[in-house]
Design a protein around this ligand. Structure first.
Ligand code: IPE
Ligand code: MG
Length: 236
């Protein structure tokens, strides 16, 4: 969910205003995904690296978690949204941790869509913590394969993502779900996150639908049209 700061600065407003509007865009997007039958939506809300931001912005974002949970939790819960937090909970304040726990507990029975909020999350952190857990639970080095490690990843409850969308014009993954995006289709949008709407979601889904997913396999011959030269040589 990138572009909040720029969205606000372009309007002569402080960056925090963009983050606030970003929460509204998130709630809209959760609803749009649920309406389209999408079962899992995972958003990158705060990265392990975002602590490097100015302290007033960091504390603003932490405060926004509390505001967002109190403003939107009952609405999302009522719409069948299950909320799960992925990330290192150790470093966040007791208040933020409690808000997340409350959001998870209040929606634990919901099944329409799972909204995973990556918070104090990093793809590298996830791989390292999965290795640590595997070692702690006594998995032998020779027994550690992809499926075993995947069981210890923070999002082991969800399938790998099919579609990865980054807004805000930057064309990189920035330490999001590194392990899980191995075969995800990547869509990069110039839209700044607070402006992201249903039409942008549908455009990303349309781009996804046009992709040929092979997971390392081969295209079937029927899907590969002959070159014009070969077609001409073969005749009508
Ligand atoms: C993303 O928007 C939101 C968070 C990281 C919380 P940015 O804050 O990165 O916005 P830009 O990239 O500066 O516009
Ligand atoms: Mg940014």
């Amino acid at each position: 969910m990138d572009g909040n700061g720029r969205w606000a600065r372009r309007r002569g407003m402080p960056r925090f205003f963009g983050h606030k509007r970003g929460v509204d865009a998130l709630v809209r997007t959760v609803q749009a995904c649920a309406d389209r039958g999408i079962k899992y939506l995972t958003v990158f809300a705060f990265s392990s690296e975002n602590w490097k931001r100015p302290s007033d912005e960091v504390s603003g974002l932490m405060g926004l978690v509390l505001v967002a949970v109190s403003k939107y939790l009952s609405k999302l819960a009522g719409e069948g949204v299950r909320i799960r937090i992925v990330g290192d909970r150790g470093a966040v304040s007791d208040k933020v941790r409690a808000a997340w726990q409350h959001a998870e507990a209040a929606t634990a029975h919901n099944t329409r869509i799972t909204l995973s909020v990556a918070f104090n999350y990093g793809g590298r952190w996830d791989i390292v913590q999965a290795c640590q857990q595997a070692i702690r639970s006594g998995v032998a080095a020779d027994a550690l394969d992809e499926a075993t490690l995947a069981r210890f990843m923070a999002m082991s409850y969800a399938p790998d993502p099919d579609l990865f969308i980054r807004t805000g014009g930057e064309v990189r993954i920035s330490n999001f779900l590194l392990w899980q995006v191995a075969y995800a289709e990547l869509v990069f949008s110039d839209v700044l996150w607070p402006d992201f709407g249903e039409a942008d979601l549908d455009a990303a889904i349309a781009a996804f639908s046009g992709r040929d997913r092979r997971f390392g396999g081969v295209k079937t011959d029927a899907a590969v049209p002959p070159s014009p030269e070969l077609a001409a040589a073969r005749g009508p």
